[in-house]
Write a protein that binds this ligand. Structure first.
Ligand code: WT7
Length: 692
């Protein structure tokens, strides 16, 4: 096709000698791409012509500059934001090499700014005051609301004034346990406005998990709502907070204020349990505060938020992001990866309880003055057509979601999709786990009518923003590949010894130098930060992901290589699930592995050894699953409990997970050498009990 030729031609004329991007040679030459035409999906001429980055060549020129002159590249972009005081010199400073001392990353240090001011005030001043910032779509059909930039600013200021009034100061933590109501981004922004550090806890986490986070970051104030409707279920969030606050006070952490939003569509205030003196109704106090609030100017390196995520040990990690670099990075990645234009209507289905909701529901879109949809409910309620109903209702142009949702909707009739027009859509996005090519194709062909490029964005809580992502107008896509690194990201693949491998290869995904959106530490545990991310391969940030690169230089993420499993795009540590299981009085030992799951990507498979003399039963299985739901949250419930009178261990007592993974996935002919086990016969015993 002429499209195809045009692209190959533009690749053939690419500047060579692009320094650190030598692995893009195949793209530069274009030849191998041409030989694989069937795997490639080209953006239309129409799309590319209007895009911010419209050819591989343009990408390469920008990428080259971002790598050769990061300070110049990023300070040009940063200058488009409002700074009360410009940053000093150097623009950034870093040490990513553990052999050379402490790990340290700083961007725009000395600069004074405020991310809330850049999200709201600057947009209002630029004339966007009456533009819709958020369309809010409630769980139930017909329940909705809007907020313009001016209204959002007013709401944020009122809450900010209240928080100051109850003693929240710059640097103080505020824990937020809210569902997808407007009050969630309002709260994040109000904290940012006064320099407080928000820590949003996904409102699907249990009281136990919430308490653990409260104990770790010691907030003065917790903000929640009484209840929320998800699908046809009502979830009493305030009860969960009450239980968490009892638990945290047992650890000596007491919270002064529990600000509670009355979510009337789910529950009336009369039925809400209340602790006088501590609990305050949002609606009773916030509207009384002034709608203006002076901004607290903070250093670019002052903390913006903490977000807890799972690692390979039981204790969640408090990922800390700072202000300036994160602001510049989320705004820029949003603009380029979605080819955002001011006329777009953007919808990301993620919850603000995860990093996606921080960077690409709240900050990235608002920094760009975008109009975004916020959806309270379940994506398949009341039926699997709901997403497309919402797309048509708000004329959504950019739709960003997770492969697990795509796979689950794919199982229903296409008619749920095709009965809606979806003609507003122009860009699709995917995040959370690798998207399998068949889900990619369904998303592309059925949802996007074969005309919308898909941005398969690879990134992490730790990275703050997109790291490897298509730029939709620039690249021909390969279904299932996240394509190429974003500007400023020196993504490399290393072998077991930490040696970078060039060309076509498979190994561990690392990053060689810092980018503005990188996390700066794990809250209260800088040593764990260094050990987890910078020690495995000295000189590099280690992502925890495996990755291969094909002969055209495209990147293919292959999943986690550590003890973290990815269930429906949610990160869960096997150790967390194990410790929840052994908290059950009848469970002596547990070993958890991930297995392939048709919809969730990965499922949780738990081997459990029971306390001496306890018989295994259906009821016990149920109560073990319940223990995990209670300790972590419903989304972490094991898919399979496998009774294991004994576990395969080495003579030194280490559980051989490799063998457990094979048993779990029923790849029994691939068990490998089992003779080194302390008791080789436990393997046969486990196989025999697989379907008990
Ligand atoms: C892990 C990070 C980043 C927001 C959502 C999850 C996996 C994420 C992709 C993708 C392949 C992906 C990785 C990563 N992941 N996006 N597009 N392709 N894998 O954030 O909870 O910090 O999890 O999610 O394994 O390490 P998170």
């Amino acid at each position: 096709t002429s499209d195809h030729l045009r692209h190959v031609q533009s690749m053939a004329t690419m500047p060579s000698g692009a320094g650190n991007i030598s692995h893009l040679k195949a793209i530069i030459l274009g030849e191998s791409l041409a030989s694989e035409e069937n795997d490639l999906v080209f953006p239309s001429d129409h799309f590319s012509c209007q895009a911010h980055v419209s050819s591989p060549q343009q990408y390469l020129e920008m990428y080259k500059r971002s790598i050769e002159d990061p300070a110049g590249f990023w300070s040009d972009i940063a200058s488009t934001f409002f700074w009360k005081q410009k940053w000093g010199k150097p623009v950034y400073s870093e040490n990513l090499d553990i052999r050379k001392g402490d790990i340290r990353i700083e961007w725009f240090k000395g600069g004074l700014t405020n991310i809330c001011y850049n999200c709201l005030d600057t947009n209002v001043e630029a004339g966007l005051g009456d533009k819709i910032a958020f369309y809010w779509e409630g769980n139930d059909l017909g329940v909705d609301a809007t907020l313009t930039y001016t209204q959002l600013l007013y709401n944020v200021c009122q809450l900010a004034n209240y928080l100051k009034d109850v003693g929240v100061k710059k640097g103080d933590a505020v824990v937020v346990y809210l569902p997808m109501l407007m009050e969630l981004p309002i709260t994040m922004l109000a904290c940012a406005r006064i320099g407080a550090v928000h820590s949003v806890v996904f409102a699907g986490f249990s009281a136990e998990s919430l308490a653990q986070r409260i104990v770790d970051c010691k907030p003065k104030v917790v903000i929640t709502c009484n209840a929320v409707k998800r699908g046809s279920k009502v979830i009493h969030l305030k009860d969960i907070v009450d239980a968490a606050l009892i638990k945290s006070s047992e650890s000596g952490i007491s919270v002064d204020v529990c600000l509670t939003y009355e979510n009337q569509s789910a529950m009336k205030r009369e039925s809400t349990k209340w602790l006088e003196g501590r609990d305050v109704w949002w609606q009773d106090v916030i509207p009384k505060y002034p709608t203006t609030c002076a901004v607290e100017w903070v250093d670019a390196e002052d903390p913006l938020f903490l977000l807890y995520t799972s690692g390979s040990t039981g204790k969640p990690k408090g990922v800390l992001h700072t202000t300036g670099g994160y602001m510049v990075y989320t705004a820029t990645t949003f603009k380029y990866a979605f080819d955002y234009k001011s006329s777009d209507i953007y919808w990301c289905t993620a919850d603000c309880g995860w990093i996606t909701g921080h960077s690409y529901v709240t900050y990235g879109p608002l920094l760009n003055g975008a109009t975004a949809v916020l959806y309270e409910g379940a994506p398949n309620y009341p039926d699997p057509g709901r997403c497309w109903d919402v797309v048509d209702k708000y004329k959504v142009t950019i739709f960003y979601t997770a492969p697990t949702l795509v796979r689950s909707l794919m199982r229903d009739s296409d008619e749920y999709v095709t009965r809606y027009s979806r003609k507003s859509l122009r860009v699709l996005g995917s995040v959370g786990e690798p998207i399998n090519p068949s889900a990619w194709r369904w998303f592309f062909n059925v949802v996007g009518d074969s005309k919308c490029p898909i941005s398969d964005t690879w990134w992490q809580t730790e990275t703050g923003g997109f790291m490897i992502t298509p730029l939709p107008g620039a690249w021909p896509q390969k279904p299932g590949s996240a394509t190429f690194p974003f500007f400023g990201v020196q993504a490399v693949i290393v072998d077991e010894k930490g040696v970078e491998i060039e060309g076509e290869c498979n190994g561990y995904l690392c990053v060689k130098s810092s980018w503005p959106g990188a996390f700066r530490t794990l809250y209260g545990d800088h040593e764990r930060y260094e050990t987890t991310y910078f020690k495995p391969f000295p000189g590099y940030y280690f992502s925890g992901d495996g990755c291969s690169r094909d002969k055209d230089g495209y990147h293919w993420l292959t999943g986690r290589v550590d003890d973290v499993i990815n269930v429906s795009g949610h990160r869960i540590g096997t150790a967390e699930v194990e410790s929840a299981l052994v908290s059950h009085p009848q469970c002596a030992e547990a070993a958890v592995v991930g297995i392939e799951h048709e919809v969730k990507g990965q499922g949780i498979y738990a081997f459990v050894t029971l306390v001496e003399g306890v018989p295994y039963s259906k009821e016990l299985r149920k109560s073990l699953i319940l223990a995990v739901r209670k300790q972590i949250g419903p989304f972490a419930a094991p898919d399979k409990i496998h009774w294991a009178p004994g576990l395969p261990k080495t003579r030194s007592g280490k559980i051989m997970r490799r063998i457990l993974r094979k048993i779990a996935s029923r790849q029994l002919d691939e068990l490998g050498d089992t003779t080194t086990l302390a008791e080789p016969n436990v393997v046969d015993q486990l196989i025999a009990l697989a379907d008990v």
